[in-house]
Design a protein around this ligand. Sequence first.
Ligand SMILES: Cc1ncc(COP(=O)(O)O)c(C=O)c1O
Length: 453
Amino acid sequence: MSRDDLTKIILPEEKIPKFWYNVQADMPTPLSPGLHPGTKQPLGPADLAPLFAMGLIAQEVSTERYIEIPPEVRELYKKWRPSPLFRAHGLEKALDTPCRIYYKYEGVSPVGSHKLNSALPQAYYNKVEGIKRLTTETGAGQWGTALSLACKLFDLECMVYMVRVSYDQKPYRRMIMNVYGAQCVPSPSNLTESGRSELAKNPDTPGTLAIAISEAVEDAVQREDTHYSLGSVLNHVCLHQTIIGQEVKLQMEMVDDYPDIVIGCCGGGSNFAGIAFPFIPDKIAGRNIRLIAVEPAACPTLTRGTFAYDFGDVAGFTPLLKMYTLGHDFTPAGIHAGGLRYHGDSPLVSQLYDDGLFEATSVMQKGVFEAAMLFAQTEGIVPAPESAHAIRTAIDEALKGKEEGIVKSIVFNLSGHGQLDLNAYDNFMAGGLEDITPSDEEIQAGLKGLPVL
Ligand SMILES: Cc1ncc(COP(=O)(O)O)c(C=O)c1O
């Protein structure tokens, strides 16, 4: 059988990786340290202890290349891992491209996205350290859903602050969180000082991830039994997601192929990190491979932001992280890819991007939904609007290959399904979506709010 005959490339359960890959071991430029929000001095573990489990703090700063996945977590990964790698025969045919297109499908997880890869270990490390309750924020609701399930499986309470625009657009996500036993409120809420202050300034605000993070952090620091949990951006989250790319490498070997291009959408950076980081050692060793992060034109962090220290939230509670940022006051338009509406980016992704190991591109919302529709109609899976950003770029690259007569092997991360994002599709089909991109003045205004060090 030739590799072109295979549609899904499946690894047996025993091939679930036993270790996460830590890119910090291989970075040409080490990460700049996180800074304390008050003193602006480098953070120590004790500064993070009120928010995170020590097991996660250790991962945050580790430079060991491989970190063992706890057996309890690996056991739960078996519910859906290894996830399939699909060859997109239908899409290739529709594009009439000579390129081979593959997608790693993370939507097969019980919650429908890659987010459970990190939610489970985060809940696990908190549980073993005696924590009873986790708070978090969520954009589109995928992270909140994942953490709600992970908390239930490890017998923890879960409190989710959901960005208001998504809370209104995606009621079913809130319902799933409730099914898993979590509490979910729209953010800004009246439950926290930071929420009340935002509502006083702008009662009609659509909310942002930066506001919701302030609320979740404020809630967590007020209770001894509570920690905070973040679904992206931080080093330990990117670490957990590397299970994706490690599986992809094994799956590509099974069909005797190796990618020329690896693509992931980029919000806080975790699913992109997950698929791309395991290829970094090859890239550093001189392998000819392009790694492309795709962001929305409405929130162009890597492509139009600045590499600088900034807060992760709007109220300035979080540590200062050196990252590509649009400024923590930047309010992206209420696009449907709610999970990509974040002003900053993972420090790991940002540093590697600054060092030239990745490329970044931004795409407009309508083109994203055109790509999502074509994908749904040829491959059958309705993609999450976030993941559809990666599809847009994969299609563009496959069409470029066709034009240039170059056969390329393209792999993208289909980070989640969009069966609870149908409002967005309905809106698109009714012609109700707009292409939105911030003006240079808006970008400059956001950057004015960067902290002075
Ligand atoms: C399906 C999906 N993909 C991607 C993202 C973006 O996040 P990240 O960049 O951390 O992967 C989200 C965030 O909510 C998401 O729900």
